[in-house]
Design a protein around this ligand. Structure first.
Ligand code: AMP
Length: 271
């Protein structure tokens, strides 16, 4: 595995080699959720590229950009073990006169888009540039960030970008907590309230499987289980359009975002 820190060198590496390039973009502090994306792509590509870049464009002014957890050596070891060929850790990613933004409308209006203004513009802009820099043919994104996956798919379709998007299942810790780099912020005291996110979602899923289709009733059940310090949203939406539903009469997704202490957590489940 080579580590590439210059953006031009990343493109030179990709273009010098024939074959199909798979790509997993990350912000580092890697865990088994990230590794599962690498394992998903590894068998079907000739070369596997992982990026680690904490993208300032996707953080709001009062978010955790400055304290986002980092573990460069641990990350490199995990990538090497997962069979990554090139680890891209850019130090010069945006030109000083970078002037372009990519913005997906509608799909970004609700859920995290409503709570984190500008966040998805930052995501689509960095992902579009990463696709250009890495010259990847296929890229893998986790369902952990369900709205992000939908937004990236829409960007690729709308701009006809030559990249196949693969979605991968959400990976959970042994106790059910959705794996996230931000779990590092949680104290032992925080853990039970953090676990209540997936307990709320699974209670809703179980009730749906038992025949409940009324969304207000399902949300009331979820809220009775959720013990976070502050709810950002708890919603049931159409699995494709992300439009809020009143009745679960089609493939749907329940999603939650909530604060435990200062830490904002997200989780979701198929209904
Ligand atoms: P991040 O480093 O948080 O930007 O995440 C990089 C990629 O890993 C995104 O596609 C995430 O959806 C994915 N990811 C993060 N956590 C998980 C998880 N628990 N299960 C599956 N994918 C994940």
């Amino acid at each position: 595995m080579i580590t590439v820190t210059e953006t031009a060198a990343m493109t030179a590496w990709s273009t010098a080699r024939p074959g199909r390039i798979g790509f997993v973009p990350t912000m580092g502090f890697l865990h088994s959720g990230h590794v599962s994306l690498m394992q998903r792509l590894r068998p079907e590509v000739d070369r596997l590229v992982v990026s680690i870049f904490v993208n300032p464009l996707q953080f709001g002014p009062n978010e955790d950009l400055d304290r986002y957890p980092r573990d460069p050596e641990g990350d490199a070891a995990k990538c090497r073990a997962a069979g990554v060929d090139a680890l891209f850790v850019p130090t010069d990613f945006y030109p000083s006169d970078f002037s372009t933004g990519v913005s997906v409308a509608r799909l970004t209006e609700g859920l995290c888009g409503a709570k984190r203004p500008g966040h998805f513009d930052g995501v689509t802009t960095v992902v579009a540039r990463l696709f250009g820099v890495t010259r990847c043919h296929v890229a893998c994104f986790g369902e952990k960030d369900y709205q992000q996956l939908a937004v990236v798919r829409r960007m690729v379709r709308d701009l006809a970008l030559p990249v196949e998007i693969v979605g991968a299942p959400l990976i959970r810790d042994h106790d059910g907590l959705a794996l996230s780099s931000r779990n590092k912020y949680l104290t032992a005291d925080d853990r039970p309230r953090a676990l209540s996110l997936h307990h709320a979602l699974f209670a809703m899923r179980d009730a749906r499987e038992a025949g409940q289709t009324d969304v207000p009733a399902l949300l009331a059940l979820g809220r009775s289980v959720l013990q976070a310090d502050r709810e950002d949203y708890l919603q049931i939406v159409d699995a494709d359009s992300l439009e809020p539903l009143q009745t679960v009469d089609r493939p749907a997704r329940a999603l939650v975002a909530a604060f435990v202490g200062q830490t904002r957590l997200i989780d979701n489940v198929a209904l």
